[in-house]
Design a protein around this ligand. Structure first.
Ligand code: HEC
Ligand code: HEC
Ligand code: HEC
Length: 467
């Protein structure tokens, strides 16, 4: 009898739990509205909304290659399947034209659509939940005054049970903490502004914080380095790998202009982030930089000493070519298997990277590059294989791609040479395999067709957003 009672109690607990879960998971439909008149929004509010949308990278995800801006359709590959960004233009049938401001704010705050369905966290609502009502109002005004575009996003390609949106409620229960940003009263206004933007709309942690096996950001490893589209998003906390420690000034410059004198250019998925931050008020970029610099903290005396040592080295030298000296003569290296990497570097890279021409049009002396210190060589491999083309119609850093001339063995030799010459970290494990994988991935997806290009423009005055 005792066992039966225990079992009954267990069933009761489970039922209550299930009831609680359904109550938590169930979200009402918010009634559709008649599409708003564009003229009914204050132009100043719309302009602020445009800047906030830039900080939130809305157009980066919500625009398909070659498609209309914000009309959705971009495929976002996740470890669980493919999720398509939706149409967020005010088209009444395929976009969000029938969403009230309350429905829009609920989507941002809770990750729920107008009809009460849970949205997948590929939409970074775990960050957007921190956005204030005032800013959501501006974003809404901005979106509702865009040109309506009729375009249906393809259906998501997810396996059972992840294709059931109710499953997302379980994920939320485990990992999602809803709530508008609460200022830290021990910090000043600029720091709080930066934290609000970086943790909220800017969703820096979506790439820079590592994720657990269920795709949620690990709480204890804030900004400890993550992964995005096959690129490393380096740590931007106290574990920053940058050989020259970042400062508020250098971060502001990098975030707004997409490059910085002694840190080089922002590449891969970071390029559109900086391109967008180039179009927002300087104070906002500076606030983000202030917050990120404080998360990084003061560099250790050892890091500072290393930075001073690296900065003191001459701007022009030829490390690849000068590996041997005979008396006062320098003897060029020959391509033996032992120094194949050095020979490739001397022949193909040194003229641009050791010539003293300033960034962004000249290459950074690679001893100053975080790319040489990363845990994996994913970013340098991407850059070396596919180069850094100037964005269309703009002046920008130009580095040719070497995919056609350097096979996987040559790449492995070059990477091994660069790692041992330009950093004090242990050799990268198997750079040959990663090169082959990146090549295969590139052939499968063709990153050049991404809407954002693979490089940041060098001239911020060209950065007026396309809308
Ligand atoms: C990292 C990519 C990404 C970014 C950045 C992003 N979104 Fe999204 N968004 C998505 C995806 C993917 C979906 C669809 C999720 C789903 O189907 O569950 C979505 C869905 C939405 C929806 C729900 C639309 C609907 O029809 O259900 C709204 C509203 C929205 N996003 C607004 C925004 C706004 C505003 C911004 C910028 C502040 C933004 N998004 C930035 C990926 C993104
Ligand atoms: C879509 C993914 C993504 C988002 C969102 C993102 N980053 Fe990045 N970030 C990257 C990647 C990838 C790199 C490496 C770029 C490279 O190799 O040039 C990077 C590099 C950086 C660096 C240079 C680090 C170093 O030591 O070289 C800084 C600083 C940085 N990001 C700050 C930010 C901040 C602040 C935000 C939020 C406003 C942000 N990132 C949002 C992907 C992202
Ligand atoms: C025609 C000039 C040119 C040549 C040749 C060239 N690069 Fe570059 N490279 C650049 C420019 C310009 C940049 C962008 C500025 C920067 O970030 O260094 C760059 C950037 C890089 C970066 C990113 C550095 C950072 O952290 O920002 C790496 C890594 C790199 N190059 C490696 C190489 C290697 C390896 C070779 C030889 C196989 C090579 N480059 C050949 C011009 C060149």
């Amino acid at each position: 009898m005792k066992l039966v009672r225990v079992l009954l109690a267990l069933v009761a607990v489970l039922l209550i739990g299930l009831g609680g879960f359904v109550a938590y998971a169930w979200q009402p439909t918010i009634d559709p509205i008649e599409p708003s008149q564009a003229a009914s929004f204050d132009p100043a509010l719309v302009k602020r909304g445009a800047e906030l949308a830039a900080i939130g990278n809305c157009a980066v995800c919500h625009t398909a290659p070659g498609g209309a801006i914000l009309a959705g359709g971009l495929a976002l590959p996740t470890p669980f399947g493919t999720i398509y960004a939706t149409n967020i233009t005010p088209d009444p049938d395929t976009g969000i034209g029938r969403w009230s401001e309350a429905a829009f704010t609920r989507a941002m705050r809770k990750g729920v659509d107008r009809e009460g369905n849970h949205l997948y966290p590929a939409f970074p609502f775990d960050h957007f939940t921190h956005v204030t009502d005032t800013d959501n109002k501006a974003l809404y005004a901005f979106l509702m005054t865009r040109k309506p575009i009729a375009a249906e996003a393809p259906a998501n390609d997810l396996p059972f049970p992840l294709n059931i949106r109710m499953a997302v409620a379980g994920w939320k229960l485990l990992f999602f903490r809803e709530g508008v940003y609460q200022p830290d009263t021990s910090k000043d206004e600029i720091w709080n502004r930066g934290a609000y933007l970086a943790e909220g709309l800017g969703h820096c942690g979506a790439c820079h914080t590592p994720r657990n096996s269920l795709g949620a950001e690990k709480r204890g490893e804030h900004f400890a380095g993550g992964e995005a589209e096959g690129w490393s998003a380096y740590p931007i906390n106290a574990a920053s790998l940058a050989p020259i420690p970042w400062t508020v000034d250098s971060l502001t410059h990098y975030l707004r202009d997409g490059w910085e004198d002694v840190h080089g250019v922002a590449r891969g998925p970071m390029a559109p982030v900086t391109a967008n931050l180039g179009a927002v008020p300087q104070e906002d970029a500076r606030a983000i930089a202030t917050y990120v610099a404080s998360v990084m903290g003061e560099p250790s005396p050892e890091r500072k000493a290393r930075a001073e040592r690296l900065m003191a080295e001459p701007a022009t030298h030829r490390p690849g070519a000068v590996v041997q000296t005979a008396g006062s003569q320098t003897v060029p290296v020959s391509a033996t298997p032992e120094n194949a990497g050095a020979a490739i570097y001397a022949a193909a890279c040194s003229t641009c990277h050791d010539a003293g021409r300033p960034v962004p049009y000249g290459g950074l002396p690679l001893r100053l590059s975080t790319a040489m210190y990363g845990d994996t060589p994913a970013n340098p491999i991407n850059v070396i294989l596919y180069g850094l083309p100037a964005p269309e119609g703009e002046k920008g850093p130009i580095m040719p791609g070497f995919a056609g001339v350097l096979d996987d063995d040559k790449m492995a030799a070059l990477l091994a040479y660069m790692r041992s010459t330009f950093s004090d970290r242990p050799a990268w494990p198997d750079p040959r395999k990663l090169t082959a994988d990146i090549r295969a991935g590139h052939e499968a997806t063709d990153i050049r067709s991404l809407p954002t290009g693979s490089n940041a423009p060098a001239n911020p005055s060209k950065r007026e957003t396309a809308w």
